[in-house]
Design a protein around this ligand. Structure first.
Ligand SMILES: Nc1nc2c(ncn2[C@@H]2O[C@H](COP(=O)(O)OP(=O)(O)OP(=O)(O)O)[C@@H](O)[C@H]2O)c(=O)[nH]1
Ligand SMILES: [Mg+2]
Ligand SMILES: [Zn+2]
Length: 307
């Protein structure tokens, strides 16, 4: 039987068959992994073939996995040169961002967007907790809005307290499978609880001590928003760690740089200190944001040292 993975805990999986029945599944002992070096062979969003072990207890065994259309992966915290799959077969990936309690850094936003570009997954940014914005935050938000929307990214604002922006968000979720990602405590599960009140996911307050989230969600889980739309809640991540992207191809994953690459004097320009660099000229003119260029340099150096 063919099924779709809705939840993955690492030791067992929740798989849904084509009639909508859920089974608790584990992997066949000699399950054949895909080529990708990962710490988790099966992720939420994977299509699999499974066999039923016990119909009465809804227990199943996952036999094989179908090729993935795409996936989001981060560097494994435990095993070097390995990735940890966050989810697969996505139509879009939404990064939930906050300006404080907790604060999302621009570097983190850009790393996330680079990963999405590399895996060809459309990305949107959701600025949550707008009920908390001071006038200074409003100003920062406007600056970020201008930067990211001019590159072509959809930028939304939401509040789960005032419910502002949730209707608009809902239209962006229509007929798609959407990943919700972001730091712990930004409100991913809260957003899902607002969109789907019956699921009642656990959420928790930001720590007073560290002003950070408490890693309340521990496993990725997919939910049916409506018959044609699905949303994936994920555990908060500290760092994405751009995975397996060569520094020479990095500028292709900055859409505003991609358009200008032909203009550099040297065809193998790294856009760091070469003369006649169209990217650096655009940064000086202000048509490429300095913060984006700084993220480029930072990821470039990180990727370059890992080779
Ligand atoms: N003021 C305000 N608080 C919010 C908003 N959205 C979420 N929160 C609060 O932020 C805290 C963290 O929310 P969660 O939904 O648990 O965050 P999460 O992103 O799921 O966190 P992890 O599961 O740890 O990754 C909770 O106390 C929520 O009530 C919002 O729009 N405004
Ligand atoms: Mg959560
Ligand atoms: Zn250049």
């Amino acid at each position: 039987m063919k099924g779709l993975i809705y939840k993955s805990t690492g030791s067992w999986y929740q798989v849904r068959d084509d009639k909508g029945y859920f089974y608790k599944a584990r992997l066949r002992g000699k399950f054949k992994q895909q080529e990708l070096k990962v710490t988790n062979p099966i992720a939420v969003g994977d299509w699999v073939d499974f066999s039923i072990e016990s119909e009465t207890d809804s227990i199943a065994i996952i036999e094989t996995i179908y090729p993935r259309e795409n996936y989001i992966i981060r560097k494994s915290a435990h095993k070097t040169a390995h990735g940890h799959l966050i989810a697969s077969n996505l139509d879009q990936s939404a990064l939930v961002v906050t300006l404080h309690t907790p604060r999302t850094s621009i570097g983190f936003i850009d790393r996330f967007l680079v990963s999405c570009e590399a895996f060809r997954i459309p990305a949107i940014l959701i600025f949550n907790k707008i009920d908390l914005y001071t006038s200074e935050d409003q100003y920062i938000y406007q600056t970020l809005y201008d930067i990211y929307s001019s590159i072509g990214y959809t930028v939304l604002t939401t509040s789960t307290v005032t419910e502002e922006g949730l209707d608009t968000l809902s239209t962006f979720l229509q007929d798609k499978t959407t990943l919700l990602s972001g730091h712990s405590g930004v409100g991913k599960s809260s957003l899902l609880n607002n969109l789907l009140p019956e699921i009642m996911l656990r959420t928790s307050e930001i720590s007073d001590y560290s002003n950070k989230g408490k890693h309340t969600t521990t496993f990725a889980e997919m939910f049916d928003y409506n018959p044609t739309s699905r949303i994936i809640d994920t555990p908060g991540i500290k760092e994405l760690g751009v995975f397996d992207i060569g520094s020479d191809e990095l500028s292709h994953y900055f859409p505003e740089m991609r358009k200008k690459l032909g203009g550099c004097k040297f065809h193998n320009c790294r856009h760091i200190n070469e003369p006649g660099c169209s990217i650096k000229q655009a940064v000086e003119k202000g048509s490429i944001a300095l913060s984006r260029y700084e993220s480029y340099i930072s990821i470039y150096q990180e990727e370059d040292t890992h080779r």
